[in-house]
Design a protein. Structure first.
Length: 387
């Protein structure tokens, strides 16, 4: 594993950074209790929107993290109020033609149930898990990412889905029904078999043949081009392999974790915050993606629980270096109502070679804010995962 000489974050600095993040979250409650937060900022401010984006679960997750840190019941009451919106969304099937039920319902409703025992949150999250397994394709053994179910042009999975699967493991745990667990296992097997290239880089999306069930080809949607390496996809690979090991205890997934992490580390600029695609290195003017760094820190601190102490200490040290860079140079310390927490994220940058709609370039992004708070929370205490 590559090592760096960068400074590390202290516990005191981490607590202060988490204090600052919680203060911004509480400041933003009036804007985002009855409305949701958009996926990314515009000029540093989030727009209030209806509950329609795949990202809207991250904001209530931030509120729960802030409540855990501050014990301020105004935060808890606001987060419980938000459960109603997520219940309406799954009941009425509003914008759910995709696999992101975990991103939506784990930090909002599973967290609410784990922290408070709220039954409405539990039942809502179980409905989301039931919907997620309807996306499973027997031919190819994967959960289809998005689009009309079974359509050839969308017969694919994406590496992001590894973080949607904890919803299914949780559903099997609370219901005693193994069907959710079984589908999660099968998806992980397919995803990790085909998403990781020989050099340890990852495909964002991977297509399967709907007639033969055979693998077809890898491609990108939000990366620079098909044969580059989208930074956030690589970050999902790091955290996703750690989460996969957590639930399966398959030792192969520790090796997969090391493989994708090693590639990620070889492509970092000096401050340890990647460019939005890992084809880019120091000396260019491409935007960064701080959200990828926050996701990777969470993966490092998760995998540190399962490996020998020497390796675990390396992961914790690396996480402290990455967090130090974020806290010192990327974190919002204070700002106006509606501001985010972690600057210089990138949602989707359009290129001549990808298919994404451009949005949220060099801005705060909602998942970046959430995983930044999760990383700090993991750093300062023995945190019980929402995932």
């Amino acid at each position: 594993m590559k090592h760096f000489d960068n400074p590390v974050l202290s516990q005191q600095e981490a607590n202060a950074a988490l204090d600052a993040a919680c203060a911004i979250v509480k400041q933003n409650l009036p804007m985002f209790t009855d409305k949701c937060q958009n996926h990314s900022c515009t000029n540093g401010i989030y727009e209030p929107i209806d509950n329609v984006e795949w990202t809207t679960g991250f904001w209530p997750g931030e509120v729960w993290l802030a409540w855990e840190h501050t014990h301020d019941d105004e935060l808890k009451n606001a987060a419980l109020h938000m459960v109603d919106s997520f219940k309406e969304r799954i009941d009425k099937k509003i914008e759910v033609d995709h696999h992101d039920m975990g991103f939506l319902y784990t930090p909002s409703c599973v967290a609410a149930y784990k922290l408070t025992g709220n039954e409405k949150a539990k039942e809502t999250a179980l409905k989301a898990a039931d919907h997620l397994i309807t996306r499973f394709q027997e031919k190819g053994q994967f959960i289809q990412a998005w689009g009309a179910f079974g359509a050839k042009e969308n017969y694919r999975f994406i590496i992001d889905c590894l973080l949607n699967l904890p919803l299914l493991y949780w559903a099997s745990e609370v219901t005693g029904d193994p069907k959710y667990n079984d589908i999660a296992h099968r998806h992980i097997t397919t995803c990790l078999k085909y998403s990781i290239r020989e050099d340890g880089s990852t495909y964002h999306t991977y297509f399967m043949n709907p007639e033969t069930s055979e693998p077809s080809h890898g491609a990108t949607c939000q990366g620079y081009k098909d044969d580059s390496c989208w930074a956030r996809g690589q970050a999902w690979g790091v955290y996703g392999t750690a989460i996969s090991y957590r639930y399966t205890k398959n030792p192969e997934y520790i090796e997969k974790f090391r493989t994708v992490l090693d590639y990620y580390l070889t492509r970092l600029p000096e401050d340890l915050i990647p460019y939005w695609d890992m084809i880019f290195i120091d000396g260019n003017e491409e935007p960064r993606d701080s959200s990828s760094a926050a996701i990777v820190v969470c993966g490092l601190l998760e995998m540190a629980k399962y490996v020998e102490e020497k390796e675990a200490e390396e992961y914790r040290h690396l996480a402290a270096q990455m967090l130090k860079s974020m806290v010192d140079h990327y974190a919002v310390k204070s700002g106006p109502v509606g501001c985010g927490l972690l600057e210089h994220g990138t949602y989707a940058k359009k290129t001549p070679y990808n298919t994404c709609a451009p949005a949220g370039v060099d801005e705060c992004v909602s998942w970046g804010d959430f995983y930044y708070m999760e990383a700090l929370t993991r750093f300062v205490k023995d945190w019980q995962l929402y995932w």
